[in-house]
Structures are given as structure tokens and as C-alpha cells.
Ligand binder design. Structure first.
Ligand SMILES: NC(=O)c1ccc[n+]([C@@H]2O[C@H](COP(=O)([O-])OP(=O)(O)OC[C@H]3O[C@@H](n4cnc5c(N)ncnc54)[C@H](OP(=O)(O)O)[C@@H]3O)[C@@H](O)[C@H]2O)c1
Length: 332
């Protein structure tokens, strides 16, 4: 029967804590498919740092428990309500932000779905909504960049960092990229990085050496602590320092001179907030760009492994490892 609730295999959690201890494989009932809804069979969903933070109970927004984790993903429409227009059974679609994607089936409002061309590789499509969207928004929202202008960022080997490199290259901006370990220069240069420097002693001087002494007007920080400070020190007068992650778990330390003599602006960015505030047209424009780049292979995030939902504990352990060569995804 079309309107019977469907049970779906799923990852579930009913308390916050250590991800591998609180998340387990189980089942949830999908809500009944309403006239404006679509039933989507999920094909792939990444494990992002924010998903781990949600499981731990330390994120900007937390679900009522029990809940299904997973902020983003991609799937195929399997059923639609009688009032649905613009989305058809069989379409590959991006799921709306934060519906709990670590499951096989989900019912969502059809108007929230973004239909994707088949040419976008499914694993790449599954990762478009969070990291590449964050990269594109940060590159456009804070500073009006001129052709050839430099941007400095840390955690440059992350999903967001690589998207920043690829989008900046596509748009004609240059990136100087800070990483925490050796051996990444060739790979990041190959995807479009103009310079790669390692964290550590004399970071600011080495960044400026890489840009030929040009101070960037935009710095993107996902680490905090000394690394964030290194970025702040090299920014041009009235430049903008944007914090969007805190991988190093260290707060920002801002020297008075950076504020007084250079009037650097310190901002934050959260893509969930962007989606909440953006108009439908703005979201559509964002996705038209990202999808076109993903289809053309301009945007590509490496994948280290995929796991079925049943292997959630192994998948979570893997996602928490440092020095990965790519993202970890669940393929229900
Ligand atoms: N604010 C937003 O809207 C938003 C949106 C998306 C992502 N984020 C944040 O952006 C960050 C990156 O996310 P992602 O999905 O792109 O990450 P990811 O692909 O899972 O990669 C994590 C990266 O962080 C690096 N890293 C880990 N610990 C570090 C430390 N202590 N110091 C320096 N680098 C460290 C890793 O370096 P190795 O390669 O050396 O292991 C790796 O390159 C996370 O903090 C995430 O929460 C924020």
C-alpha cells in the first residue's frame, strides 16, 4: 500500500557520547508519504567531522533523540505523493540538509530535493552539499576577490580545503595552503594549489615567501590556535579571517596589534546557517555551479573507503583516523 509507513535499515543513536559507542545499526520507521513527499532510497552519505560532533553532543544544533545521524547524502526517488511535480521516480537527487542520511530509505518534502544529472559520480554527488558548498560560500561571501588574488587557508588537505583549491583555481584565484604534514605538496599542486606550506615555526614568513610577499585579503581557518594566528598575521590591512572549523580544538588567540594596526575582521561561517537564511534561488544557483563543476571533474573529493550501514562501528573508527587519503562514506 502506497501510504503504509516503511521500515528502513538505519544507523541510530539514543544518547550523545563516544560515536562508536552510541551509534549502532538498527531500523527506523519512515513517516507516511504525504501528497507532496518523495520516498528516496539513499545510495551514499559521507561521515563528516560535524556528524561526529553531533554524535558527541557538541554541535551548533542537535537532534531530539533517538535520531539518525548524517547531514548529507544522495539517493534515488522510489515513490512520490500524488501532488509532486518536478521530481520523478528514478531521479537521482541530493537530500535536504540534516534529514538523517545514514539509512536506506527516507521520506522528505519533494520540493526540497535537488535533481542531479547522471553524469555526476554518485560518491561525489553525496559530498556536494556540505564541503564544496562551504568552500564556495566562503570564497564569495566575505571578500570580493579580483582575478589572480591570493587566499590563504589551513587544513588544506581536508574536503573543504580541497574544494577551496579547486574552486579558486576554476575562478582564477590563487591559494597558499597550510597542511600539518609532509608529502601533500605534489597532490595538492596537481589539483590546483599554487603553494603548499607546512604548519610550524615561522609559518607566517613561509606563507608570505610563497606569495612573493603579497598579503592575502582572505584567510580561511579550520584549525584554530597557532595555525589560525599564523594566518591572521599575514593578512593584508582590513583583510578578513574566517573561522569555519576547529580541528585543533584550540581557541583563537588574537594579538592586539592585528586588530589595532591592521583592522583585520574576524568572522565565522556555518553552512547550516547559510542554508537557513538563503533564498530558494540562491540555493539553486549554488547547486547549479557545484553540480556543473562536479560533472566536469573540476570538483573532486578523494574517497578512501565506503562501508555498508551494518559496518557503522568500523566506518566511524576509520573516519576518525588522521592522515586519510580521502573521505569515508556509507553506502546503504
Ligand atoms: N562551518 C561549516 O559550515 C563547515 C562546513 C564543512 C566543514 N566544516 C569543518 O571543516 C573542517 C574540515 O572538514 P572536512 O570534512 O573537510 O574534513 P576531512 O575531509 O574529514 O579532513 C579533516 C582534515 O583536518 C585535518 N586535521 C585534523 N586534525 C587537525 C589538526 N589538529 N590540525 C590541523 N589539521 C588537522 C586533517 O589533516 P590530515 O590529512 O593530516 O589528517 C584533514 O586534512 C571540520 O572542522 C569541519 O567540521 C565546517
Amino acid at each position: 500500500m502506497k501510504n503504509d509507513p516503511v521500515s528502513s535499515p538505519s544507523v541510530v543513536f539514543s544518547e550523545f557520547g563516544i560515536p562508536t559507542q552510541v551509534a549502532s545499526f538498527g531500523a527506523v520507521d519512515c513517516r507516511v508519504i504525504g501528497a507532496e513527499d518523495a520516498l528516496v532510497e539513499i545510495e551514499a552519505a559521507p561521515i563528516n567531522p560535524a556528524d561526529l560532533n553531533v554524535l558527541e553532543g557538541r554541535y551548533g544544533i542537535l537532534p531530539a533523540l533517538p535520531a539518525v545521524p548524517g547531514a548529507e547524502g544522495v539517493g534515488r526517488v522510489r515513490q512520490v505523493g500524488e501532488g509532486v511535480r518536478g521530481v520523478s521516480v528514478g531521479d537521482r537527487v541530493l537530500l535536504p540538509h540534516g534529514v538523517g542520511t545514514w539509512r536506506r530509505l527516507v521520506v522528505v518534502a519533494a520540493e526540497e530535493l535537488v535533481t542531479l544529472p547522471e553524469a555526476v559520480p554518485v560518491l561525489q554527488a553525496a559530498m556536494l552539499r556540505v564541503n564544496p558548498a562551504t568552500a564556495l560560500c566562503m570564497l564569495r561571501e566575505f571578500v570580493s576577490l579580483s582575478p589572480g588574488e591570493w587566499i590563504v587557508q589551513n587544513a588544506a588537505n581536508s574536503g573543504v580545503g580541497r574544494s577551496v583549491i579547486q574552486i579558486a583555481r576554476a575562478c582564477g584565484w590563487r591559494t597558499v595552503n597550510v597542511v600539518r604534514r609532509k608529502g601533500l605538496e605534489a597532490e595538492l599542486t596537481q589539483i590546483g594549489a599554487d603553494a603548499v606550506v607546512e604548519e610550524g615555526e615561522g609559518l607566517s614568513a613561509r606563507i608570505l615567501e610563497a606569495t612573493g610577499g603579497v598579503a592575502p585579503r582572505l584567510g580561511l581557518n579550520a584549525v584554530g590556535g597557532e595555525s589560525a594566528l599564523g594566518l591572521a598575521k599575514v593578512l593584508a590591512e582590513e583583510g578578513t579571517h574566517v573561522t569555519y572549523g576547529a580541528m585543533g580544538l584550540q581557541p583563537l588567540r588574537i594579538p592586539n596589534g592585528v586588530l589595532i594596526f591592521k583592522n583585520i575582521e574576524f568572522r565565522g561561517f556555518w553552512v547550516s546557517r547559510w542554508y537557513k537564511k538563503a533564498s530558494r534561488d540562491e540555493v539553486a544557483e549554488l547547486f547549479s555551479r557545484l553540480v556543473a563543476w562536479a560533472e566536469a571533474g573540476v570538483l573532486h573529493t578523494p574517497v578512501e573507503a565506503t562501508y555498508p550501514l551494518e559496518s557503522i562501528t568500523t566506518a566511524l573508527l576509520h573516519a576518525q583516523r588522521g592522515q586519510r587519503s580521502g573521505k569515508i562514506l556509507l553506502c546503504p
